[in-house]
Design a binder for this molecule. Structure first.
Ligand code: GMT
Length: 375
């Protein structure tokens, strides 16, 4: 039994989902897991005798212009390392979590190993700024082990930050108990979608990199040829622009803005196709969630997406901004039942064969064991 601390962003988002699911599986496998986060991780939805939550609290002293969250996190980490005698502190995101973990390791009396998992955003966005670039590089070099969620992210990090040390690639996974195909016609009906209408889904945090206009314009082309509805699931800075575009194209009746949703598995189960046309994406966990529910995906040939979608077998890859190509593939899939069935079956199989939670959690545990066997 190992004692593992986990820090992540506890709100909605792929990295938080992975960190939380990993923690729950590690506990199932007999380990003791301590979440050290600003609030209860949103996917931490059941109690377990070996899962503990340590909240990072911020004191608002009038002398501080900004509350020092990263320092409060480091202090809490050091406290938990010492009191619980943690073996491993696994942080998701180099910035700021690995930095706080390094400080905590220096402060704590008990010896702990730090594992940092890179999810993409800190590398692709923050590393562009030189101040943070040095800090992220420091966090990577000083961690006892670093993992990345795709080969693309590992290679990109090494090249961009001139990192020499090994970055272990450990793919993301889905919770198979929650993501599996299930016919749910009643939900379709509740949303006013006819049984014969095709459902196309997009899930994201509506940031610019997700290119919502490409999703909407692709749907507009699909809709002209196939009776269909677009589900836009999530919220974020580009929501207003997306709503305006939907109005300009006159497709308000066919695009449903559903906002942030917890049970995306049920929404995926009523979907026939998933679109992710991002300009940056280190992995695309939402693709895996869709594939596990038997939903074929169309994604851009960008970042880690080609490591998830098997082109012409589980879905299609298109160049960035190639909306005509995306629409043409979509129409091909949605109008050929045999082809769709084959893609759907292959998608389910691909998730089982390459991204099974047991297999992925084993890889993390092997890495922990390797670290703990070295002084
Ligand atoms: O995509 C985002 O903006 C959210 C971000 C996150 O922190 O959850 O997603 C990143 O991590 C996910 C889990 O590993 C990956 O599936 C996403 O591809 C990655 N996002 C980017 O690289 C833009």
């Amino acid at each position: 039994m190992k004692k593992i601390g986990i820090t992540c962003y506890p709100s909605v988002g792929g990295s938080g989902v992975i960190a939380t699911e990993l923690g729950m599986l590690l506990a199932e496998r007999g380990n003791e897991v301590h979440f050290i986060t600003s609030s209860l991780p949103f996917r931490l939805n059941h109690i377990h005798p070996r899962i503990f939550f340590h909240e990072v609290e911020l004191s608002h002293y009038p002398v501080f212009q900004y509350p020092p969250y990263d320092l409060a996190l480091a202090a809490k980490m050091a406290e938990v390392i010492n009191r619980e005698k943690l073996d491993i502190l696994h942080v998701h995101y180099a910035m700021p979590h690995a930095i706080s973990a390094l400080l905590a390791r220096d402060i704590a009396d008990h010896k702990v190993k730090i594992v940092t998992t890179l999810h993409g955003t800190d590398i692709t966005v923050l590393a562009i700024d030189d101040i943070f670039k040095n800090m992220i590089t420091h966090a990577i070099h000083q961690s006892d082990a670093v993992t990345a969620v795709s080969n693309h992210l590992a290679a990109h990090t090494k090249q961009m930050l001139n990192v020499k040390q090994n970055i272990h690639v450990i793919y993301n996974f889905v919770n198979e108990q929650e993501y599996y195909p299930k016919p749910l016609l009643s939900i379709k009906e509740q949303y006013g979608i006819k049984p014969t209408e095709k459902v196309i889904a997009h899930i994201s945090n509506f940031r610019k990199v997700k290119r919502l206009p490409d999703i909407i314009r692709t749907f507009d082309l699909i809709h002209k040829q196939t009776d269909s509805k677009l589900l836009l699931i999530g919220d974020g800075p580009e929501c207003g622009t997306a709503m305006e575009l939907v109005q300009d194209l006159g497709i308000e009746q066919n695009v449903l803005f559903l906002g942030k949703q917890k049970n995306v598995n049920d929404l995926l189960r009523i979907s026939d196709l998933k679109l992710l046309l991002s300009e940056k994406e280190s992995f695309g966990l939402v693709l895996l969630e869709a594939m596990a529910c038997g939903v074929p995906c169309i994604g851009t040939n960008v970042g880690g997406i080609p490591e998830v979608i098997d082109h012409e077998k589980t879905g299609f890859l298109v160049d960035l901004a190639a909306i005509e190509q995306a629409a043409s593939y979509a129409i091909q899939l949605l109008t050929d039942r045999e082809l769709w069935k084959s893609f759907s079956n292959h998608a389910i199989k691909r998730v089982k064969d390459h991204f099974h939670s047991t297999h992925i959690v084993e890889q993390y545990e092997q890495l922990y064991d390797q670290l703990l066997s070295t002084p």
